[in-house]
Design a protein around this ligand. Sequence first.
Ligand code: FAD
Length: 618
Amino acid sequence: MTGYADDGVGLEVVVDPWLEGLWKAIKEALSKMASDQTAHLKGVLEDSAKETPDLSLLDVQLNLLSLTDDQNCGSVKSTVGTDSKNAPAASSSVSAIQTAVSDRRPASPAGGVGMSSESGYVARISASAAETQTRDTGGSHVLLEGSLTCSLPPLSESSLNVPALPPPYLDVSLEDVVSVGQIDGPLNKETLHEVPLSRAVQLTRQDSVKITLLLELDISAYPEIVYQPGDSFDVFCPNNASEVDKMLHRLGLEDKKNHCVRVSLKKDTKKKGAHVPPYIPQNISLIYLLTWCLEIRSVPKKAFLRALVEHTGDGVQRRRLQELCSKQGAADYNQYVRDPSLSILELLTAFPSCSPPLTLLIEHLPKLQSRPYSAASSHLRHPGKLHFVFNVVQLAACSGRPAGSRGLCTGWLFDLINPSLVFPRKAESSSSPALPKIYMSLRANCSFRPPADLSVPFVMVGPGTGVAPFIGFLQQREKERQENPEAGFGETWLFFGCRHRDRDYLFREELEGFESNGTLSHLKVCFSRDDQEEGTTLAVRPRYVQHNLLLHSQRITDILLKQNGYLYVCGDAKNMAKDVNDTLLEMIKTEIQVDQLEAMKRLAKLREEKRYLQDIWG
Ligand code: FAD
């Protein structure tokens, strides 16, 4: 049985249910083995009453079954040795450790981790700082709510399985040297392009829920930046300056921010394959490290929480951190940490007695990542320019983030161009102030391209900012039509969706123009939040792109299955892409009268032939 987990999504989301299934499967397999062997032995005994059966085999099965039973009921009588020296070494999979070994040592009376911190074991912790669900206030009961910092029964009263303490592996020191590099800008900036922003337009109305911006990059000075519609490029942005300051303050290192950071591998580390992270160069200052190297917004993994426990003074806060990284606290971790994308800084603010050393941050924070964006223009229409479109991501307020916040890169871009948001400011005008510049690099996406054969029909599905690459596709197609008026062009369909016709219909003028001049054969737009008239159904007023696809089921399946056409999907990976995929399956089932399995095969074949292409994010 093989399981794949994506650390980006969260290991526990995949690994925990997989492990549940694993124990069940092992139990079933062992039961079957035991009954097969019993039957076999019975047969042997019957065949040869003189021979002595090997009954130890049966004993082994029974012991193993008692281990799996323990796992299920949560009371540990593990047959795995309690001698720490013989225990399996800590692995990177938190869940695997939790279910593999248990320490039978008595829990510490203070509710602390009842184990030696280097043991590589999972400890069982008794609940001592348990919050109660109701508090007696002189006759009346007040209901307490759970939060990032406060748990409720049964978790607050539960014994916990926490992951093994990750072994430290770095030595970090700060040196007050004059020669520290005064570099600014992203790592390896010599391999990137520093490009001016020449235009910024807000595409949504002021009263729209989302702010969607179109930015234009002036790439005319960089002939090496050659892009095609469908390509995307990386934007390199720094961490938020005020968050960096807060982090320095929290670490008590404000006065050392210009000191040089020396990082080396701990000589006696027990971490397997340990190495100094390659994204931490030599001779950089502490402020540079926090601004350009580490993703200080990243969501702390459970192993990081586990390590933070060791640096937390207050007993209640320690207990809560233990809960959040424990097997029993998985739902709380998802609810209060993972789902709201809580950053380490927000976590440290909520747990004031937690004071980790800088070393721990360097060991646990990942590299600051660039953010990719899809080109929303064709160079044929806008020579020397590259457009892109994005929503300013708004992270909702939550327990641990009372004021909410903006996405790192989209918030930074917004600040960069605000307050003169809708400009064109003329780049060539000498009187205008210097245009802001951003670091970027092109990443080619060779398969997400319009069909090379102009006569082949294609279908584009891109609600919201997912329409970005298709604007590029259509600008290119428009130009090709002008240059080849005699050529036979395949049909083009665009399924677009937004909330309100009058507030956030992106590129409305341009799209309607494409339709009226024949570049786009069919423009199908739906509005998910415009009031539905009384009695109207989705068949009359489709709400989402997939409803519109269903309305044109026969034409679209014909294009895909009979005319060798292409289908492109761009935008939100979480819901839209899956809904569209499910709808395509339904359409194939209905139109060519096949069952689910056959429809899945047809869709898989389209993918293999690179005629069903996705460019999805979120
Ligand atoms: P972060 O600070 O990284 O986000 C914080 C958290 O917000 C994330 O952990 C996540 O949980 C959540 N989040 C991330 N994105 C969204 C979102 N869109 N809506 C709601 N919550 C979100 N984005 C575009 O807007 N336009 C594009 O053309 C585009 N093209 C892309 C092409 C590719 C190949 C990929 C992989 C991604 C693309 N993205 C695009 C997404 C983009 O790279 C960023 O992820 C997005 O802009 C958020 O970045 P941020 O730094 O502002 O948010």
